[in-house]
Design a protein around this ligand. Structure first.
Ligand SMILES: [Zn+2]
Ligand SMILES: [Zn+2]
Length: 178
């Protein structure tokens, strides 16, 4: 994959728009964030909208994430639609609230008004698809905080420190009311 070919000059986008498809075998686009277990495949269509560029399309890949609870790696398929409006950064200061509202259904990314970095747009969309809480499984039991045993595999003999339960207070109240 040649990232330079994904930097498209605004003036080179024809009136009918420009379609691009590319494959990133090794996941170079997001190498600094996550490894991939399947190539990144993307199809995008660029359309000039006045001084803006509308980017639509789709991206597919499979990331390798590590579970927040048990720390094990697990495959995470990504299949995202791209629906982004690129606005020249120069319009930022004079953008009015009403304009913002109209564009609310689109993700807005700023660009220099000259070069559309399709690789960056696709990268952004993949990263947006990663959830805040990364779990190998919703029911993952995680690691024992005392011995580090993976509780999905077996239970350990550790007794978690007993905290004052709300019932302890309740008991006291019941006793004292007699
Ligand atoms: Zn897990
Ligand atoms: Zn334990």
């Amino acid at each position: 994959m040649n990232r330079e070919e994904l930097k498209i000059k605004f003036e080179d986008i024809p009136p009918e728009g420009l379609s691009l498809a590319f494959e990133d075998q090794k996941g170079e686009l997001i190498r600094d964030c996550y490894p991939v277990s399947k190539p990144i495949k993307a199809k995008v269509h660029l359309m000039r909208w006045g001084i803006d560029v509308k980017v639509t399309g789709e991206v597919k890949t499979e990331l390798v994430l590590s579970c927040d609870r048990c720390l094990k790696e697990f495959p995470f398929p990504v299949e995202a639609n791209i629906n982004v409006l690129l606005e020249p950064v120069a319009t930022l200061s004079r953008m009015k609230e009403e304009v913002r509202l109209k564009k609310d259904e689109l993700d807005v990314i700023f660009f220099d008004g000259i070069t559309v970095e399709v690789d960056e747009v696709v990268r952004e969309e993949i990263l947006l698809a990663v959830p805040m809480r990364k779990l190998c499984n919703e029911a993952c039991k995680g690691l024992c905080p005392l011995c580090g045993q993976d509780l999905n595999e077996k239970t350990c003999g550790c007794k978690p420190a007993v905290k004052d339960s709300p019932f302890a207070i309740l008991k006291k109240l019941v006793v004292s009311s007699r």
